[in-house]
Ligand binder design. Structure first.
Ligand SMILES: [Zn+2]
Length: 136
């Protein structure tokens, strides 16, 4: 098992909800793919865009809670990094939170996906937890 086959299996199991999420948040899926991850739509516990890193850890893109099903204006992106796709992960890194005011040089609430791509790429490359995480 690796990230490519794992995400292929997840995508093959998409139902109507996941298809809708992929249609609404295609640009977020693209941003995570641009960060060299393997993105997919997660609907358990609310809609989120997730992506597997090569080491099997998961980047989760949400907003102020789960993502809305229609692309009404969002207050920003909340991006976290967890060891696996589960409810109570043993660790969780905050990768980027544009709901807050302290993103460098950007106003709070920015939805610039370049920020997401850059933050995810930088974080996954040097995350202290991921280096101890399980590997495929
Ligand atoms: Zn991390």
């Amino acid at each position: 098992m690796n990230a490519v086959t794992a995400v292929a299996a997840l995508r093959a199991a998409y139902g109507p909800d996941e298809e809708q999420g992929a249609a609404v948040y295609g640009d977020v899926l693209d941003a995570l793919a641009a960060a060299d991850l393997h993105p997919y739509i997660e609907t358990r516990g609310g809609l989120a865009v997730c992506a597997l890193a090569e080491d099997g850890t998961v980047v989760v893109v949400a907003s102020n809670g789960a993502l809305p099903w229609s692309r009404s204006p969002l207050p920003g992106w909340h991006v976290s990094h967890v060891p696996e796709d589960e409810v109570r992960p043993p660790w969780r890194c905050l990768v980027l939170d544009t709901l807050l005011a302290d993103v460098c040089c950007e106003p709070p609430g920015t939805l610039d996906l370049t920020l997401v791509t850059e933050a995810v790429r930088a974080h996954v490359a040097c995350c202290p937890y991921a280096q101890r995480a399980r590997t495929w």
